[in-house]
Design a protein around this ligand. Structure first.
Ligand code: FAD
Length: 610
């Protein structure tokens, strides 16, 4: 049986859902092929969306017209705005979601898209055609014999390629717990000549909530006024739940120390590289031996399930050791596991095989997004899916690529990091990866990206109108703050750190005729308070944009530049970048080295812009 589509998306995880929805909304008939159509948008690990820097990604996905923010708002059961003790640049929303509702809502949203066609099956082959001297992807073949031809193929296979689970000495092939791995397709992509790496991640046990002694744990409540992810969500209406906090004990340390030899991480059984920033519980005790105890958050996985996620206890220890560890924790003495924790190793492509559009350089028409590119996390996957979808659609419609700069958003940073530096461990987003943090805030993601989404065709009229109305309110507030009878006075007052527009509702009400739109007061406050810093960052961005175009002459001798380390000049010699911008993206070439090179090129060579 053969089908014809404009686009075929392989994988119905977080990347695949965004990719399929984007191409479908851009008018392209899209097939979404996934191993189990009931598990679309399944959260393989913690039942939460957002968090530090990840919350920024969700806001950006939403600003571009993606789905994740709206689904998280509709299914969130505990919202918290993180980092509020620090500046607004790093405030980040997080929501624990009802895991089952999240996937059901996403599936429902996809099924309502007239251009999305779901197909359950395992993709086992890539259809290729020869053209312009290179093979071009033209579709996929399913293991059950069906074939699908398409103008673009977007692969988002997550942890499934050659996946192998580890629980103690036991190891078996799987994509994630209870689901088969994808082995054939991994080999197909290897045979296509892509470079590969082997990575690893892990997850904690899920407990039966009825067996937890909740009274021995500390309740953790969410924010009284939840901060939504989507610019289109007015208020979160759903009832909110409590989570709980408990701690490991000396006895937990004893259990782990006595059993380290049985840990697949320490016995050498696991070869893949795991995320340093998200260590397993056994790793935490080994790497931080002086820390008396570790926090464990008990997070219900939904409102109509007994399953509780033990955040902080990711492990691949044998099941009897996991049970002993749990028995050593206050409140969990009698807790029973529904599912044990495990680690998973999987194949990932070296993302340096990709262009900034997420298209494979060697194979036109083939796009990769999500965990297959060496990232970790739902949000990191979703934003790549969205960008791969936008770019596949743009290419098919004969339009220019949609590539975000590092100064435009965390999504731009993530993709630029991946395609220039690669991922030698699972890549997750941090605010520290951003050079211009103050300009990349959650409150202004719409200003940065909604016009991009609108140009690409993904932002609908409802979102665009909300965006324009917010702009009008912002302009009115600024005009009133800068002029008017008492504007100058209010402007000076607002510059003080403790001043908030919400504290002067009558003044705000006198300026704005309509109901205040979400986020507008925060944006105005932040831009007033940090005006000097924001302007300074703007100048830096402009300067770097200007110098990144500066050409480096062919055969340039980097070793002759005083002040450049030998290591850096050797890297530059090896790559021979053509512009300063390219030089800056070579791993290990520091911003300081780029400044030296910039000055040298200008002074010694009097070089002009490209
Ligand atoms: P996935 O969500 O994995 O979706 C892949 C999809 O592709 C699935 O629907 C699958 O059915 C489909 N598929 C695969 N192969 C084929 C094929 N050949 N044909 C058709 N369909 C196919 N993230 C964190 O941020 N922190 C963590 O601590 C963390 N721990 C994790 C622990 C475990 C055990 C696992 C499994 C994942 C963990 N993750 C963690 C990762 C998180 O789940 C992923 O980052 C995220 O789900 C990746 O999204 P994705 O869309 O790339 O892939």
């Amino acid at each position: 049986m053969h089908y014809k589509y404009d686009v075929v998306v392989v994988g119905g995880g977080h990347a695949g859902c965004e990719a399929a929805r984007a191409t479908a909304r851009l008018g392209l008939k899209t097939a979404l092929v996934t191993m189990n159509a009931d598990l679309i948008a399944q959260m393989s690990c913690n039942p939460a969306i957002g968090g530090i820097a990840k919350g920024h990604l969700v806001r950006e996905i939403d600003a571009l017209g993606g789905a994740m923010g709206e689904i998280a708002d509709a299914t969130g059961i505990q919202f918290r705005l993180l980092n509020t003790s620090r500046g607004p640049a790093v405030w980040s929303p997080r929501a624990q979601c009802d895991k089952k509702q999240y996937r059901l809502r996403m599936k429902e949203m996809l099924e309502r898209e007239p251009n999305v066609y779901l197909k359950q099956g395992e993709v086992a082959g890539l259809l290729m055609a020869q053209g312009e001297g290179r093979g071009r992807a033209t579709g996929v073949a399913l293991r059950d014999g069906r074939t699908i031809s398409a103008g673009a193929v977007v692969v988002t296979t997550g942890t499934f390629l050659n996946g192998k689970a580890h629980i103690g000495e036991e190891r078996y092939s799987c994509g994630r717990s209870g689901e088969a791995a994808s082995q054939v397709f991994s080999q197909v992509l290897r045979d296509a000549g892509l470079r590969w790496t082997r990575l690893k991640t892990g997850t904690p046990p899920r407990l039966d909530g009825r067996t937890i002694n909740w009274d021995a744990c500390e309740p953790q409540v969410g924010d009284a006024e939840p901060t939504p992810f989507s610019f289109l969500t007015g208020r979160i209406e759903r009832e909110q739940i409590r989570c709980f906090l408990t701690y490991t004990s000396d006895a937990t340390r004893g259990v782990i120390q006595a059993s380290l030899g049985r840990s697949p991480l320490y016995s050498g059984q696991i070869e893949g590289v795991g995320p340093r920033y998200c260590p397993s519980i056994e790793d935490k005790f080994v790497k931080f031996p002086d820390k008396a105890r570790h926090q464990l958050f008990l997070e219900p996985e939904g409102v109509d399930t007994n399953e509780v996620y033990v955040n902080g206890m990711s492990t691949s220890m044998p099941i009897d050791v996991q049970a002993a560890m749990l028995g050593s924790v206050g409140g969990l003495e009698n807790a029973e596991m529904i599912r044990p924790g495990y680690a998973i190793e999987y194949d990932a492509v070296d993302p340096r095989e990709l262009a900034g559009t997420l298209e494979v350089k060697k194979i036109p028409g083939l796009y990769l997004a999500g965990q297959i590119n060496g990232t970790s996390g739902y949000e990191e996957a979703a934003c790549q899916g969205l960008m791969a979808g936008l770019n596949a659609a743009a290419a098919l419609r004969g339009e220019g690529p949609v590539i975000l700069g590092r100064q435009e958003g965390y999504i731009g940073i993530l993709i630029d990091d991946l395609v220039t530096k690669g991922a030698d461990e699972p890549y997750r987003m941090f605010t520290s990866r951003a050079e211009y943090r103050l300009s990349l805030r959650i409150d202004n993601a719409d200003e940065r990206l909604t016009p991009v989404g609108r140009r690409a065709g993904l932002v609908n009229d409802e979102r665009w109108d909300a965006f324009l109305r917010k702009g009008v309110q912002k302009a009115a507030l600024f005009a009133a703050l800068e002029g008017g009878r008492d504007g100058g006075k209010q402007g000076a007052w607002l510059k003080r750190p403790e001043s908030k527009l919400a504290d002067i509702p009558e003044w705000v009400g006198g300026v704005l005729e309509d109901a205040i739109l979400p986020g507008v007061l925060t944006t105005v406050e932040t831009e007033v308070k940090y005006a000097g810093y924001i302007a300074q960052q703007g100048r830096q961005v402009a300067k770097i944009a200007q110098s990144s175009e500066r050409r480096i002459p062919a055969g340039f001798v980097f070793a002759e530049i005083p002040g450049l380390s030998r290591e850096v000049s050797e890297k530059l010699k090896l790559v021979q970048p053509e512009t300063l911008g390219q030089a800056a993206r070579i791993p290990g070439v520091t911003p300081a080295a780029i400044s030296i090179l910039d000055v040298y090129l200008r002074v010694q060579h009097g070089l002009q812009h490209a």
